[in-house]
Design a protein around this ligand. Sequence first.
Ligand SMILES: *Cc1c(COP(=O)(O)O)cnc(C)c1O
Length: 424
Amino acid sequence: MTVATTKPEGHRPLAEVDPEIAELIRKEERAESDTIRLIASENYVSRAVLEATGSVLTNKYSEGYPQKRYYEGQQQIDVVEELARGRMKQVFGADHVNVQPYSGSPANLAVYLAFVKPGETIMGLGLPAGGHLTHGWTVSITGKFFTSVPYGVRADDHRIDMDQVRELAQKHRPKLIWCGTTAYPRTIDFPAFRAIADEVGAILAADIAHIAGLVAGGAHPSPIGIADVVTMTTHKTFRGPRGAAILCKSEHAAAIDRAVFPGLQGGPHNHTTAAIAVAAKEAMEPSFKQYAARVVENARVLGEALVAKGFRLITGGTDNHLLLVDMTPKNIGGKPYAKALDRAGLVGNYNAIPNDPRKPMDPSGIRIGTPSISSRGMGPKEMERIAAWMAEVADHPQDEARLARIAGEVKELCQSFPAPGILS
Ligand SMILES: *Cc1c(COP(=O)(O)O)cnc(C)c1O
């Protein structure tokens, strides 16, 4: 008889089973801890959200909805999903919530499946103006399977052109109108979109993927009760796991649920559902309101500090969590600038600006946002320092010694603001 000297296969720790991946995760933890993360769609989830995400709930299959499943053994899962739905309803004041979409893009596909037939007309903000791919942009399935009529922003002030939205809606009579953006620094006027949708008999869908945390925290007006259906990601400003939710009026609940399952997806990701429940609980705490207010305040202060240093902001400033910066006055493209910033420990992304004269892969702008740094507790003083570093990088994008010095200063500042969810 032989005695087992090693642990059973499935009990060995990650570092032993796959040291390569373990080391990459460790390095990512360091990177997220030691840099100033300015990507507007990113954040830090709490340790509690990480724990739920990394749980055995990933083992369970639960096609269907609570009390209406196709598999047995749902004693825990049904409660988890009911908690997630109930809390999300409470946070947003919605009639009905579906927490099963795998991410923001599939959530939007479910809206199409619920309300539009292939070939019918839809409207959304064009990608180059700050809209999302899934709002009917040409390269997306949503631009191929539906007749897409994009609207844009005004040439002079880069605000959404509501006159154009009305004109196009009246001319093309869309079945569905999207409002909501991915690179737009201003408040969305949901009632104005509602009025236009009513004039032409369209369904109004608000996609609050980016701003859901601001809406939950009272730092941006809510589309609930105005739009027929609202989609959101749970991982951006909302600060939950990678996932999504669809919120809608009761009259659309059955259509939305059918569209998500069995229309589009199979089994829900129960570990994600649990983490959404945790994030929703966190969003009900008073500190979440403070976080949302801090995100917007930091973006405003950072914007003003950048303008004072000669940067040009699209629309001249911001109402929300993000800034779109036109690098033209600094004589550097968005891409080389974003790459130089990255070497200095300031992580953002290059981004097209409205009517960008340059190519999409080498555009004029960068997009930066304050959710991550606000989750670390940074405030106005830190925004001033970030603006100063950004100006220095713009003036010396190829001075590697200088970029390395700034990266060191960034790391030092980061040590005073521990990243949520990251131990050590
Ligand atoms: C991020 C985003 C999405 C898509 O979310 P994914 O989870 O990346 O699929 C959809 N709509 C808008 C407006 C977004 O900003």
